[in-house]
Design a protein around this ligand. Structure first.
Ligand SMILES: Nc1ncnc2c1ncn2[C@@H]1O[C@H](COP(=O)(O)OP(=O)(O)OP(=O)(O)O)[C@@H](O)[C@H]1O
Ligand SMILES: [Mg+2]
Length: 496
């Protein structure tokens, strides 16, 4: 519930505004003049102040100035008798959100208050949104990642973008390795130069050398024209060697030479070519094992691995799932000209609980699949592929059969009159998990954090992501709430 302070020396007006706001479920307190109002504001947290101008003791303008000095985020709406533009401008300049001319109607006032609160919650939530990384001109693609691990990856990317050292990006298929490569290129000094990609797993072995380094006319059968290789083409820019774990030992030697000497020899040529190309490589292969088995050169690996980036699989950064889902819902709404609002809470749970072996690529496909099937406003669980639905059912079974404790009973008392949250099954909580040796593992700190996070997510859900309302209703000091939201990478916007 939003807390509003109504300030007016006219008791009749004060009372009618109070009634109107209470009718619209605001929690209202009153003050008779500016001084009293200022006192209240410095002692308690209000979401919004509705204040008259002409009052004894301290007028509305002076009170406004003090209030904004004390709490710049406080929203103040001024009620005025003046229809004088310059006074109105002054009020807004002093930091009032807006003003209403008397006589006011409750509809106008409530509409203005709602608009103000909405605007502020948008400002509040953008503080938590991720830094945006460019992925190149002409693309609207975004790099989504609000979890702590991804935020770390983003800050590594920003640093890597500024230097010329080779980068090796590792991670399972579909985790976004190519996106990282683009982000490094397009956020650094080479961004206006070429970004050239070659997928080394897709080019036949006998053609890789010519693709990378080019050939002279007649260098081999079929080489009817001279051809420039990708390294030369990328001169000044970046070459992205995707699936580098797949190349033959001969090619490994040749790549090592480019990395060491920035020089190569086109096939059939007797002249070396020198280039200035930044190398970014990627692979999901287990290099350490390949080095041990002798299939990947250790020296090449160390050359590439100067600045490694590891992209964790999606199942290890589940905090990102709702953001990615939102992102792709927006994305496909745009493409298909639809207005799907997002997943139902059941579907959201299933999406979050799934292990995503194909990572973000799979998530994207699942959302696109749902767009094709879904005819309603929301993505229902029935529009998700069988694999997801089955796996979420078996996850629940696994939890039960492992004898994990569900605190459903306990948490009922937490939410008391809001037991709806519990009923939709979203509120799952485990005290213990099973370790490798099949022993029950309990960790107080971990369990406490898990509880805290789930509590906050559900409190936010209930209050549609509104920070002040959540703080008030769930009895969490607002500062604590904001800190936890950041700590657990929760996006309040996703609950609007
Ligand atoms: N963090 C992210 N935010 C938004 N989209 C993402 C993110 N990560 C990956 N994607 C999208 O997921 C898909 C797969 O990403 P990408 O091709 O970069 O993965 P990859 O690791 O190179 O996979 P592979 O090893 O299979 O080549 C792409 O459509 C990409 O745009
Ligand atoms: Mg790739």
């Amino acid at each position: 519930m939003h807390k509003v302070l109504v300030v007016d020396d006219d008791k009749v007006l004060q009372d009618s505004v109070r009634q109107a706001l209470e009718y619209h479920h605001f929690f209202v307190e009153v003050a008779d003049n500016g001084k009293e109002a200022l006192n209240k504001v410095t002692q308690e947290k209000y979401d919004l102040v509705v204040m008259d101008v002409n009052m004894p003791e301290m007028d509305g303008i002076e009170a406004l100035q003090h209030m904004k000095k004390y709490d710049p985020s406080l929203i103040v709406i001024i009620l005025t008798a003046f229809s004088n533009v310059s006074d109105a401008v002054k009020v807004v300049k002093e930091g009032a959100y807006n003003y209403l001319e008397k006589p006011i109607t409750s509809e106008n006032l409530v509409a203005l208050i709602k608009r103000a609160l909405k605007a502020r919650s948008l400002v509040e939530t953008t503080i938590f949104s991720a830094p945006s990384l460019s992925l190149g001109k002409g693309t609207d693609d975004q790099f989504v990642g609000e979890s702590d691990v991804m935020q770390k990856v983003f800050s590594i990317i920003s640093k890597l973008a500024q230097v010329n050292t080779p980068v090796l990006i590792r991670g399972e298929s579909g985790t976004g390795k190519e996106l990282v490569a683009k982000a490094i290129h397009f956020n650094g000094p080479r961004k206006d130069e070429k970004f050239v990609t070659i997928n080394l797993a897709a080019v036949p072995d006998n053609l890789i050398e010519s693709e990378l380094f080019g050939h002279e006319k007649g260098a081999f059968t079929g080489a009817s024209e001279r051809k420039i290789g990708k390294f030369q083409y990328a001169d000044g820019g970046t070459i992205f060697l995707d699936e580098i774990g797949d190349i033959s030992p001969t090619m490994q030697v040749k790549l090592l030479r480019v990395l060491q000497e920035k020089t190569f020899t086109p096939i059939g040529s007797n002249r070396d070519v020198k280039v200035d190309v930044r190398v970014i490589a990627a692979s999901h292969k287990p290099f350490e094992k390949m080095i041990e088995e002798g299939t990947f050169r250790e020296d090449l690996f160390y050359r590439l691995n100067v600045l490694p980036v590891y992209l964790p699989p999606l199942r290890e950064r589940t905090a990102d799932i709702p953001f990615l889902v939102d992102y792709y819902v927006d994305y496909f709404n745009n493409i298909h000209n639809l207005e799907i609002k997002g997943p139902t809470s059941d579907a959201a749970e299933t999406l979050k609980g799934y292990a995503w072996p194909g990572n973000i690529r799979e998530l994207r496909n699942v959302i696109e699949h749902a767009f094709i099937i879904e005819s309603g406003d929301f993505i229902n669980i029935s529009s998700l592929p069988d694999t997801l639905r089955k796996s979420s059912a078996s996850l629940d079974e696994a939890r039960e059969s492992e004898g994990l404790i569900d605190i459903k009973g306990i948490k009922d008392s937490v939410f008391d009159d809001e037991s709806k949250v519990v009923q939709d099954g979203a509120y799952k909580f485990t005290f213990a998990t099973k370790g490798e040796d099949n022993q029950i593992v309990m960790d107080f700190q971990e369990a406490k954090e898990q509880f805290e996070m789930e509590f906050i997510v559900h409190a936010l859900k209930l209050n549609k992501g509104k920070i002040n309302q959540t703080a008030l209703k769930a009895n969490i000091p607002k500062k604590t709430l904001l800190r936890k939201i950041e700590k657990y990478s929760i996006n309040p916007k996703s609950f609007y």
